[in-house]
Write a protein that binds this ligand. Structure first.
Ligand code: SF4
Ligand code: FES
Length: 243
């Protein structure tokens, strides 16, 4: 098996693709394959990772034109495992020479600027969480708040978000509107609005309903198809739209 990998200099755009032949082992993930390349063939290859177990959300990238976690994607499965996404240029521009029968195509996550090779600048993604203040601010003197198992079940799906930005990288609105807050932050706003311990849920709905938030979402649902944790951000956005 070969990997065709997008390469770029610091802060640049994709300049070319390099082709590497890998030695496929049982259970090998795309992240394992990238380590093999970095260890044995090309130490200059840059990519991001941490947990290696689909928990930290660091290893998001475009694999055969689908945004995925590299540590959760098996080399042997990736060619069988297509997902039908609403297209935008990063998903449809095919690099010259790619042979999908024999090669897996690896590119940086779309909709963010590239820092180097497969490492993208996540600041835009995180900034939305900060500007929307997506956390709980307890009042002074407030004691612990009770959450029953059924209260928790209402928000389970959204709490599972690992901030991998795969939804952000799959979204055609994010591709067109650089200021769009994106699916993950809007789903997180719904998560707090639905949390029984929160005293002012409307604050989160208001934060999500700004002009570059929920109103920009076209309910394309690419985010629902690609989210590795089943968060289904598009469903949360639809709920906010329906309020
Ligand atoms: S909603 Fe899903 S795809 Fe988006 S950041 Fe969270 S875990 Fe990743
Ligand atoms: S390395 Fe942590 S999610 Fe892949």
């Amino acid at each position: 098996m070969k990997l065709r990998i997008a390469r770029s200099r610091m802060g640049g755009k994709i300049s070319h693709y390099d082709l590497y032949k890998i030695d496929v082992k049982k259970g090998m993930t795309i992240l394992d394959a990238l380590f093999q390349i970095q260890d044995k063939m090309d130490p200059s290859l840059s990519f991001r990772y941490s947990c290696r177990g689909a928990v930290c959300g660091s290893c998001s990238m475009l694999i055969n034109k689908v945004p995925r976690l590299a540590c959760r994607t098996q080399v042997k499965e990736v060619q069988k495992d297509g997902i039908d996404l609403k297209p935008f240029p990063a998903l449809t521009n095919i690099p010259t020479g790619w042979n999908p029968e024999e090669e897996i195509l690896i590119e940086p996550l779309p909709n963010m600027s590239i820092m180097k090779d497969l490492v993208v600048d996540m600041r835009k993604f995180y900034r939305a969480l900060e500007t929307m203040k997506l956390w709980v601010e307890p009042q002074e003197g407030e004691t612990a708040q009770v959450q029953t198992p059924s209260d928790r079940r209402r928000i389970d799906r959204y709490v599972n978000c690992i901030l991998c930005a795969i939804c952000f990288g799959s979204c055609p609105v994010n591709a067109q509107e650089p200021e769009y807050i994106g699916p993950a932050a809007l789903a997180k706003a719904w998560r707090f609005a639905e949390d029984n311990r929160v005293k002012n849920p409307e604050r989160y709905i208001d934060a999500a309903s700004v002009l570059n938030g929920v109103p920009l979402c076209d309910l394309v649902m690419n985010c629902v198809k690609v989210c590795p944790k089943g968060v289904a951000p598009g469903g949360a956005i639809r709920r906010i739209k329906n309020i």
